[in-house]
Design a binder for this molecule. Structure first.
Ligand code: 4AD
Ligand code: MG
Length: 476
């Protein structure tokens, strides 16, 4: 395998012949080519040897063209790079018409870049985001593997729509023009591909619960789909979720696991993606400097990441959070869009952000929410009013993790399902876990893009996934 620029820069085989393959970023003074191959933030400087290079070839070296350059690696006299390649041969394997190539060496807006998917990934910003995304995914697998968890593959097409985590996308091969109706006048899903109505999954949790009650420690890491019409900087219609599920686990164990996982993966990125994070830190500082003083964040990206890794998350009950919010200045001054009326109010992101950014100024784990505002599978607390839920709230993100101890008692669970009008007969496969060897268990879901958003300091979740799907957008 040819060496990547990252590998060449790490080994620095001075005086030896190397081959650099990549795309031209800039071509200065008809002499210096900055080549990027995406392996790292740095480019490799390739120096043209005019005596052995056809002048016609030089015309084809333009921003975006693909080149293969072979020559000796030498120490660079110029500033900006330690080494450079004194080219013996340069080959242009793919031209990029300079009049049509949209990506010029200048700053482009994130919105503009979203429309040119293949060039977007060649920018410094997306390169950094994609490399960090990879590192975080790797770190997550590593974290769980080291702790004896098994990567469990929950289905993407599901025949169950009872999780209630959000609106679902239907999956069908039935003709939309003349749908066949049954005697009752409803769409006849018996004629559909699976012989029943199916959807894209909103979560792998219920299936992961089956696995946890057999393998003890499992996690899923897959795409999830929600057809909610949420046009925000934190919502995607297609996003990736990590869902660990553990047998003989209670709420405290669950909080400890989530907190240590978040710290581990963020520390991993800080260690292994230092250049990319440094670049994004500077980028964010530039963006911040254009904002009014009072809206600027007080911590730079690296300080913020260390802050999360080094500090204990604040754990508190929903009830305590409500008291803080009721007495908060924005609530008293009517500054919240959704005023806090008292116990039972569902928290909006403005409330979550107040707790994290203003009140505690660190990540918060909120627990024991009123059962009315949480899912049916969460374990009912002894007071009968709350459930053993936990949401982890992060600065500038809001909710990054949602989870709970699960209701393992069949009678309590079925009663809750009835109250919430969840069709019991469709959930028999799930209820069987409570019929045969049920046990206390718990788990949570981490939104992968929200994690990437936090670690990269980007402002819009659409810019941390290669091909964002949001209401009205499914390009490429
Ligand atoms: O809180 P949620 O809906 O929880 C579940 O789906 C549970 N089944 C998880 C579990 O206990 N196994 O979603 C979990 C996380 C959220 O905290 C958030 O980080 C992320 O998934 N998330 C989204 N991320 C991007 N776009 C969306 N539309 C999201 N909806 C949820
Ligand atoms: Mg949630």
């Amino acid at each position: 395998m040819k060496k990547s620029i990252k590998e060449i820069l790490a080994a620095k085989p001075i005086g030896q012949e190397v081959t650099v393959c990549g795309w031209v970023r800039t071509f200065r003074s008809n002499q210096f080519i900055a080549v990027s191959d995406g392996s790292c933030m740095q480019t490799m400087q390739v120096v043209v040897d005019h005596e052995n290079t056809d002048p016609a070839l030089l015309k084809r070296i333009t921003t975006g063209s693909a080149v293969i350059a072979t020559g000796t690696l030498i120490e660079s006299m110029g500033k900006g790079q330690a080494v450079e390649v004194k080219a013996r041969t340069i080959e242009v394997v793919g031209d990029a018409d300079p009049d049509k190539y949209l990506l010029q060496p200048k700053k482009h807006s994130m919105e503009f870049l979203r429309d040119i998917a293949h060039m977007r990934i060649r920018t410094n910003t997306f390169g950094a985001v994609m490399r960090i995304r990879h590192a975080l995914a790797y770190a997550i697998h590593h974290f769980f593997h080291e702790r004896g968890f098994f990567y469990f593959h929950s289905p993407i097409i599901t025949g169950s729509d009872a999780e209630g985590a959000g609106e679902m996308f239907k999956v069908t091969t039935l003709s939309l023009e003349n749908t066949q109706k049954n005697k009752e006048g409803d769409v006849d899903f018996k004629k559909d591909f699976f012989g029943k109505a199916t959807n894209l999954t909103v979560s792998g949790q219920l299936e992961a619960e089956l696995a946890a009650l057999a393998l003890s420690r499992v996690y899923t890491f897959g795409p999830t789909f929600r057809a909610e019409n949420s046009n925000t900087t934190r919502h995607l219609a297609e996003f990736w979720m990590i869902e660990p599920e553990v047998a003989f686990f209670d709420l405290k164990d669950n909080m400890d696991l989530a907190e240590s996982m978040l710290k581990y993966v963020i520390a991993f990125a800080l260690e292994h993606c230092a250049d990319d994070i440094q670049f994004l830190k500077e980028r964010q500082e530039q963006e911040e400097s254009t904002k009014p003083q009072q809206e600027r964040s007080t911590m730079d990206l690296i300080t913020k990441l260390h802050f999360v890794v080094d500090n204990e998350f604040q754990r508190l009950k929903y009830e305590e959070a409500i008291q803080i919010l009721i007495n908060s200045t924005p609530n008293k001054k009517g500054k919240f869009q959704y005023p806090i009326e008292g116990w039972g109010t569902d928290l909006q992101s403005e409330h979550e952000r107040y707790l994290v950014e203003k009140h505690f100024q660190k990540p918060v784990i909120l627990t024991n929410y009123p059962k009315e505002i949480k899912a049916f599978y969460m374990r009912v607390d002894d007071d009968g009013r709350t459930v053993s839920a936990m949401d982890i709230l992060f600065p500038s993100i809001g909710e990054i993790v949602g989870g709970s101890q699960r209701e393992e008692r069949l009678d309590v669970l079925t009663q809750r399902m009835e109250e919430m009008h969840i069709p019991l007969h469709e959930m028999d496969w799930y209820l069987d876990t409570r019929r045969f060897g049920t046990c206390p268990h718990a788990g949570f879901g981490l939104g992968f893009e929200r994690l990437v958003l936090f670690v990269t300091g980007m402002t819009n979740i659409r810019d941390v996934i290669p091909f964002p799907r949001t209401p009205g957008n499914a390009e490429f």
